[in-house]
Write a protein that binds this ligand. Structure first.
Ligand SMILES: Cc1ncc(COP(=O)(O)O)c(C=O)c1O
Length: 436
């Protein structure tokens, strides 16, 4: 029996007739009988077309940090929409939003808006190449930086057994349709492996423009940096004159107001922000500092976008970041997220299931397997079938994390202690059922 109720199934049929595979993003397709169709969201919950309510731990793949339909964001956006949204000129709301964002990430000496995480990482790479005069980008295995050609290599969609030796990693193309020649501009390295990083730099430093890193693996179990890893990446970039780009699309404004830079205390040269900055509205930003910012400002580096800084996006960002800056949302997220992490760990122990909870209270994953998890190659030890079965059992009980453990559970400020209790009960029941 699939996850869809009668009305949801009918809507999905309509969707399949109108959209390719019935979805607007490949990550939303769960198969013909399981792909959900959502009617609306409210706070920490979503409702499907049958009126079933779910505690939502996907939160749109992370952005909805305050909760669905947060009143302050809704009001700000409605006012902005009524004032006209897109002008061929800088607008007041864009400046107001940029000011609160700059205050939240003081290391950044300048920002520009774009619309999506993909755009923000794409522009970040171009700026880094233009600044260094070098072409190659180094990324870590298991990391996702959007859907432009230069970053669709060795993401968590790829079987890690194809990554080759960690002494000479193979950059594996994720998708058909990427020109073969692009591979020569990309190098990949296992996360948390400074020796591997140093080795690539020793052999290829004259080519490498930038290292792009998700400071924690937000698309692969929420794997955390080992102590000293990010500091080591920073030092290697400095030594070999490469630009350090933090992809803060998931961590930014989520794991702290100042994102991973604040949380881990390591400062990049460029960072890409999106998701939690706009509580679900499409807004992103590229932030930079120092000589890179000067070079960017001097011109000659293409960065543009018709909708970049539009009034609705800017209003959403201003309202969201202002609310986050009060600190209250983070206190609630920390409380709820920590209770969940501890509760899930306890249930695994109580039922003698090998596994652990990785990440931080604002975004974490349940890894079902033995041993320490330091990089995406360790994912081969995860029991994805068991995890999916447990998740489907939870979804039938009204609790909806992503059925793929690579995608973290996201917590918003509208989740409650009651949600925690319901979730832990659903997890335990579903686990027992799956183990049976
Ligand atoms: C770390 C990271 N970078 C970039 C992106 C791409 O963002 P978008 O989907 O807004 O293009 C994502 C999306 O999930 C992401 O998780």
């Amino acid at each position: 029996m699939g996850l869809q109720g009668e009305r949801t199934a009918q809507w999905f049929q309509r969707s399949q007739n109108a959209l390719v595979n019935g979805v607007s993003s490949m990550f939303r397709y769960w198969g013909p009988d399981d792909t959900p169709v959502i009617d609306r969201g409210e706070g920490g919950h979503v409702y499907d077309m049958d009126g079933n309510r779910y505690i939502d731990y996907q939160l749109g793949f992370g952005p909805v940090i305050l909760g669905h339909g947060h009143p302050k964001v809704v009001t700000a956006v409605a006012e902005a929409a009524a004032d006209g949204t897109t002008f061929a000129m800088t607008q007041r709301r864009e400046i107001e939003a940029a000011e609160v964002i700059r205050k939240a990430i003081p290391w950044a000496e300048g920002i520009r808006f774009s619309n999506t995480g993909t755009e923000a990482t794409m522009h970040s790479l171009r700026i880094a190449r233009a600044y260094t005069g070098k072409d190659v980008v180094l990324k870590f295995e298991g990391q996702y930086h959007g859907v432009h050609d230069y970053v669709l290599f060795s993401t968590a969609s790829v079987d890690p057994s194809t990554f080759g030796s960690r002494y000479a990693p193979i950059a594996v193309q994720v998708s058909s349709g990427i020109p073969e020649s692009i591979r020569s501009y990309v190098r990949t390295v296992p996360y948390n492996d400074l020796d591997a990083l140093e080795r690539v730099f020793r052999n290829h430093s004259e080519e490498i423009a930038a290292v792009i890193v998700e400071p924690m693996l937000g698309n692969a179990f929420g794997i955390m940096p080992q102590p000293g890893f990010l500091e080591g990446v920073r030092a290697i970039c400095d030594e070999y004159e490469a630009v350090l780009i933090f992809d803060e699309v998931k961590t930014g404004f989520r794991i702290a107001l100042g994102g991973a830079q604040e949380y881990f205390g390591v400062t990049p040269d460029i960072a890409a922000f999106a998701k939690a900055m706009g509580n679900g509205f499409p807004v992103a930003a590229i932030a930079a500092r120092g000589g890179i910012l000067d070079a960017w400002a001097k011109g000659g580096i293409a960065q543009a976008g018709t909708y970049a800084g539009n009034g609705v996006a800017a209003a959403a960002a201003y309202a969201t970041v202002s609310e986050l800056a009060t600190g209250e949302p983070y206190a609630q997220i920390e409380k709820v997220g920590r209770s969940l992490m501890e509760g899930l760990e306890r249930i695994l122990r109580d039922h003698s299931v090998d596994g652990c909870v990785l990440g931080v209270p604002a975004m974490f994953s349940v890894f079902l397997g033995e041993g320490e998890v330091k990089d995406f190659r360790d994912a081969t030890r995860h029991d994805s079938d068991l995890y999916e079965e447990v998740c489907y059992g939870m979804i039938r009980r009204g609790v909806m994390p992503c059925p793929d453990a690579l995608e973290p559970w996201f917590i918003c400020a509208s989740h409650t202690e009651e949600d925690v209790a319901t979730t832990l009960q659903a997890f335990e029941e579903a686990l027992v059922e799956a183990l049976d």
